[in-house]
Ligand binder design. Structure first.
Ligand code: SAM
Length: 175
C-alpha cells in the first residue's frame, strides 16, 4: 500500500494551533497516514489529534519537532516522492496521474516557504493559481489523489461511529 504523509511547515506555536490541528484532521479524514509538523515541537496539537484518533479510530500518526530537511531527505532516501502544494505550481489535474499509488510526502506551508522547497520538490502542485489555504489545498489534493474513495474509508478500532441520518445526530458508541 502506498503511503501518504503530510509535512506541515511554518507552524507558529502561538498563532497556528487551530490551523495546524485542522491540517492534521483533514489529512486523517481524507486518507493520509500521518502528519509531521516540522521544526517546532507542539505537544498540544499532537494531543488534540491523538484524541480524535482514539475516539474515531484508524492509525493516523502525528509527530512534531524534526527539522524539515531531515524529514525530506529520509523520505527521498526511501524512494518516496516529494509534492509541494503551492499556488505557483502546475495544475493538479495535469499531475495527479503521475502521483497515484506512489509514496508521497505532501508539503504544505504557512506564511512564507523557503525558496529551495520549490527546487527540492519533485512536483509543485497548484490547486488553482489563486492564494487560499493549506487546509483547503490539502483537502482537494487528497480527494483528487484518492478519487473520492477516501470518503468511504473505514476507521478501525473506533469508539464511536456516525450512522448517517437525514436529520439529527446518530452516533453508535462501541463498548
Ligand atoms: C497562506 S498560504 C500561502 C500562499 C503561498 N504564497 C503559496 O505559495 O501558495 C499557506 C499554504 O497554503 C497552500 N496553498 C495556498 N494556496 C494554494 C493553492 N492555490 N494551491 C496549492 N496550495 C496552496 C500552500 O501550501 C501554502 O504554503
Amino acid at each position: 500500500m502506498a503511503k501518504v504523509v503530510v509535512l506541515r511547515m511554518g507552524h507558529r506555536i502561538v498563532r497556528d494551533k487551530r490551523v495546524t490541528t485542522h491540517v492534521g484532521l483533514v489529512a486523517r479524514a481524507f486518507g493520509a497516514d500521518g502528519m509531521i509538523i516540522s521544526n517546532i515541537s507542539d505537544t498540544a496539537v499532537e494531543g488534540s489529534i491523538r484524541k480524535v484518533v482514539q475516539n474515531w479510530g484508524g492509525d493516523f500518526f502525528v509527530e512534531s519537532g524534526r527539522p524539515w530537511r531531515t524529514v525530506v531527505e529520509s523520505w527521498r532516501r526511501e524512494g518516496g516522492l516529494i509534492v509541494h502544494l503551492t499556488m505557483y505550481g502546475m495544475p493538479v489535474d495535469e499531475l495527479i496521474p503521475e502521483l497515484r499509488n506512489k509514496d508521497i510526502l505532501v508539503i504544505v506551508g504557512g506564511e512564507k516557504m523557503p525558496g529551495e522547497i520549490f527546487e527540492i520538490a519533485d512536483f509543485n502542485v497548484a490547486i488553482g493559481n489563486q492564494p487560499h489555504s493549506e487546509i483547503a489545498a490539502l483537502a482537494i489534493f487528497l480527494d483528487r489523489l484518492f478519487d473520492g474513495a477516501e470518503l468511504k474509508k473505514e476507521f478501525k478500532n473506533s469508539k464511536m461511529k456516525i450512522i448517517p441520518s437525514e436529520k439529527g445526530k446518530k452516533v453508535e458508541i462501541k463498548s
